[in-house]
Design a protein around this ligand. Structure first.
Ligand SMILES: [Zn+2]
Ligand SMILES: [Zn+2]
Length: 846
């Protein structure tokens, strides 16, 4: 207990230890059967009752540690990727708590979103545009509540040490209030503007989407070679994958260095399917090697078109509408879907002899990340947030943030630098935070809500002002668009800290850690960064903890559609949370993709059983033990305690660096092999036969068992919170008095307890014991068979000294009736050799 340098209540703690030394231990024997699932459920309930994970706002002594817990989207499925993510930061939360931090570990739900709208429509058989918005919201809210319930159960079953008094929902008007307030502040600061710009549009979801929401998929497509007639006769052939955009063609371009087309520059060319002619221009961006080297510039086929149109001030002809149908600008094709129009136009061109050929094409297509529909680029009036002006600041801040692993910072920086457009923050949806804006019906003046009006939905509440400040008109039209869901969730660092209500919110801001999946660095980590930089001119998080993707057993990303999906409850029901958490911690280095493999979880489960059996052994062996510090420690005791200190150092270092796999491997290796296989086996004889060895030596072994098991429990507690708590309560709680092992103080490694000599000597003794046991096993002799005479050959003086010191342990563990230690062997004798260990074992009848 001296090792417990307690940050919390050092004096109190010491007092308990002393008092209890006099009383002796009241250890309960652990039952033989370890029902892991029952134990886990019991502690999950109990922890909540005890309230031990609550953040204490009134505590100004302990340093704070705040976690920017991602509010998950309530899909109703807490998948193995979530398990990985939550395990990482729960380990961190528990570790920091034991290190004496006042840990703030909130949990919210990122409720708004398109998938819920789509599902509500399907489930209730309605179309969101046909029901009153309030009613449709209610339907969405009901769905969301149900899914939150499912996911909350999963988070609790994983044993996360969340402070549930902090729970919030972004669909609550109180959360809107904060989002809307940030909108107002950013508008006033000039970061938010309304404008007509090209935007990514999902025709299926019928909404604008941000660059971050566009995914790229390779798809099979076709390249059509189409003849564009020249005004003075002849034609140029243009290769395009989107003939349906020909009605929106605003110019035709060639590369200025392309000799083939030099003579055509400036000439007029006719746009098929229309009555228009355009002038052929040159542009460096045209790739002479693609297709024929002549391209049509349409509004808009891709982002390159947007650039060209801006550069040359070309007109914009939108021929696709919000639903993905052709507009009247497409002439006779109006009303057709994009696919239908493509077919019809191609047929017509063929009839007119303008279709030269069609080739297959492998293409990268931008698709909507939710529904995978190819996106269109449309020009619509939308609300934007200026983000590109912050790119230098994003880069600077990203470099200041500590990243786990370090190289992940480049993902954020590269993404920020790659952005061509500002963030489009308005959406054409229902279930979202309303934009607190009205427009004057007469002069179109923008009426922005005042902070004291919030939360407010302009669609149901008029502005709390009787006239337009510009023209005096008294009627207004509400803004019908709503805010991007990322606009809700990119405010979490400030909201978690208590902004804007708590005066002391800066105590928890910036967050100490922002945990995120590798796939959402470009959204979550990025939007948090720009948002908070714009609002507070400060980065929102001090460190960023990244988890990789979970792969199926086939090595592909785990997904329902690939058939390699494992549902979380199935894993919990089979092996429980502590085993699952071990899979997450040990699956790979932090940030790397990790495969889900049942054997890994099973291995974690077997480790728990091994630990349980060892603890049960300890509980039975220390019943008559009174903890003292003056034990007469033997070589192997000091050997174990030295290894324990060294393991503590390594586990601590690993956890400081968020290297969870290393931390767990260190504890598991120490527990399984050093403690169970080696030490306990070697100490048994001393424990069982005090009459032979003396009470002192038995007490030394009891002391060592008692001490080592407690340390193991502490080192393992952040990763396996349930079983460690159960064992702690059975053996240590009466003496240690902490309400929970999770409130005990992280062991401070004591370098002075490291005894290098004892470790060297102990290593040799254990090697000898293991060699003899292995030899017995290989010779198919039972481990309990006595050895009549055991002769060990020492290679040097220290070796011989060590053997002498550990003589009793060797004799006892190997069941040797006599032991002789000789210098290097004489000639001609039968000898066993295991690496450095040479010995001869003689048996009575073998
Ligand atoms: Zn979509
Ligand atoms: Zn007005």
């Amino acid at each position: 207990m001296k090792n417990d340098k307690c940050y919390l209540f050092p004096r109190l703690f010491l007092l308990h230890s002393l008092q209890n030394n006099r009383e002796g231990l009241k250890v309960k024997s652990l039952p033989k059967q370890c029902n892991i699932l029952e134990i886990e459920e019991k502690w999950q309930k109990k922890w909540e009752e005890l309230g031990i994970y609550r953040f204490n706002w009134n505590d100004h002594k302990r340093p704070t540690f705040s976690i920017d817990t991602p509010p998950p989207y309530p899909s109703g499925d807490f998948h193995m990727g979530n398990v990985l993510n939550w395990t990482y930061f729960d380990i961190l939360a528990r570790y920091k708590r034991m290190r004496g931090y006042n840990v703030y570990f909130p949990q919210g739900w990122d409720c708004h979103g398109l998938p819920t709208e789509v599902e509500a429509e399907e489930r209730y058989g309605v179309k969101k545009t046909d029901v009153p918005p309030g009613k449709f919201r209610k339907m969405c809210e009901e769905l969301v509540e149900k899914y939150i319930g499912v996911m909350k159960t999963a988070i609790k079953r994983l044993g996360c040490s969340i402070d549930w008094t902090t729970e919030y929902r972004t669909m609550d008007p109180d959360y809107w209030r904060r989002v809307q307030l940030s909108f107002i502040i950013l508008y006033d600061k000039g970061f938010i503007y309304r404008g007509t710009h090209p935007i990514n549009w999902c025709p299926r979801c019928e909404t604008a989407i941000a660059d971050a929401e566009v995914e790229y998929e390779s798809r099979k497509s076709t390249l059509s070679y189409i003849r564009f007639p020249l005004e003075e006769g002849g034609f140029l052939t243009i290769a395009t994958s989107r003939p349906e955009l020909i009605p929106a063609c605003v110019t035709v371009a060639v590369n200025p260095h392309d000799e083939r087309y030099r003579e055509y520059i400036g000439r007029k060319i006719h746009i098929p399917t229309t009555t228009r002619t355009v002038q052929i221009i040159t542009d460096e961006m045209v790739d002479p090697k693609f297709g024929t080297g002549v391209v049509m510039i349409c509004t808009y086929g891709d982002k390159a078109d947007v650039k060209t149109v801006r550069k040359y001030g070309l007109p914009v002809i939108m021929c696709i509408d919000e639903k993905g149908k052709m507009t009247s600008n497409a002439g006779k094709y109006a009303g057709l879907t994009v696919e239908e129009a493509r077919k019809a136009i191609t047929q017509d061109l063929e009839k007119e002899g303008l279709l030269e050929k069609i080739e297959p094409l492998d293409q990268e297509v931008g698709v909507c990340w939710r529904c995978k529909t190819p996106i269109e680029i449309l020009e619509r009036e939308q609300w934007f947030m200026k983000t590109r002006i912050l790119t230098d600041q994003v880069k600077k801040s990203a470099l200041e943030v500590k990243w786990y692993p370090d190289y992940m910072k480049h993902r954020l920086i590269d993404w920020a630098k790659s952005l061509d457009w500002d963030w489009v923050i308005s959406r054409q949806r229902v279930f979202a935070t309303p934009i607190p804006i009205w427009y004057c019906n007469k002069c179109s003046e923008i009426i922005l809500a005042k902070p004291e009006w919030l939360p407010i939905d302009p669609k149901t509440t008029p502005p709390k002002t009787d006239r337009c400040p510009k023209c005096g008109n008294k009627t207004f039209t509400p803004e019908k668009d709503v805010l991007d869901t990322w606009f809700d969730s990119s405010l979490t660092c400030a909201v978690h800290a208590g902004w804007p209500d708590r005066e002391d919110w800066r105590r928890l801001f910036p967050a100490d850690v922002h945990p995120s999946g590798i796939d959402i660095i470009r959204t979550w980590a990025y939007y948090l960064m720009v948002r908070h930089l714009a609002l507070f001119n400060e980065k929102p998080y001090k460190s960023c903890l990244i988890n990789g993707m979970v792969l199926g057993s086939d090595g592909r990303k785990m997904s329902k559609s690939l058939g390699n999906y494992i549902a979380t409850p199935e894993v919990f029901n089979k092996y429980g949370a502590d085993a699952t958490r071990q899979w997450a911690a040990a699956g790979g280095s932090t940030g790397s993709d990790i495969p889900f493999r049942w054997p890994d979880v099973e291995y974690g489960w077997r480790f728990l059983i091994k630990l349980w059996n060892a603890a049960r052994f300890v509980s039975n062996q220390i019943k008559d033990y009174t903890p003292t510090e003056d034990a007469e420690l033997q070589v192997l005791d000091r050997w174990l305690l030295t290894k324990l200190e060294k393991t503590t150092v390594r586990v601590t270092e690993a956890l400081e660096k968020c290297q969870f796999n290393i931390a767990l491997e260190e504890v598991r290796n120490f527990t399984w092999h050093v403690f169970c296989d080696d030490y306990i086996e070697a100490a048994k004889d001393r424990l069982y036969r005090p009459e032979k060895y003396g009470e002192n030596k038995k007490r030394a072994a009891q002391y060592t068992l008692y001490k080592a098991l407690y340390r193991i429990l502490q080192l393992l507690a952040p990763i396996c919170p349930h079983i460690t708590e159960e064992i702690y309560y059975a053996i240590y709680q009466q003496q240690m008095k902490h309400k929970s092992i999770h409130l005990s103080c992280w062991p401070t490694p004591h370098k002075e307890l490291i005894d290098e000599e004892a470790e060297r000597r102990g290593d040799l003794l254990i090697a000898v014991i293991n060699a003899v046991r292995r030899n017995k096993a290989e010779r198919r002799i039972s481990l309990n068979t006595p050895i009549k005479r055991l002769t060990i050959y020492a290679i040097n003086k220290e070796y011989a000294e060590s053997l002498l010191l550990g003589r009793e342990d060797i004799v006892g563990t190997c069941k040797a009736e006599s032991l002789e230690i000789l210098p290097e062997k004489g000639k001609g004798e039968a000898i066993e050799k295991y690496e450095e260990i040479k010995f001869k074992a003689e048996y009575e009848n073998v």
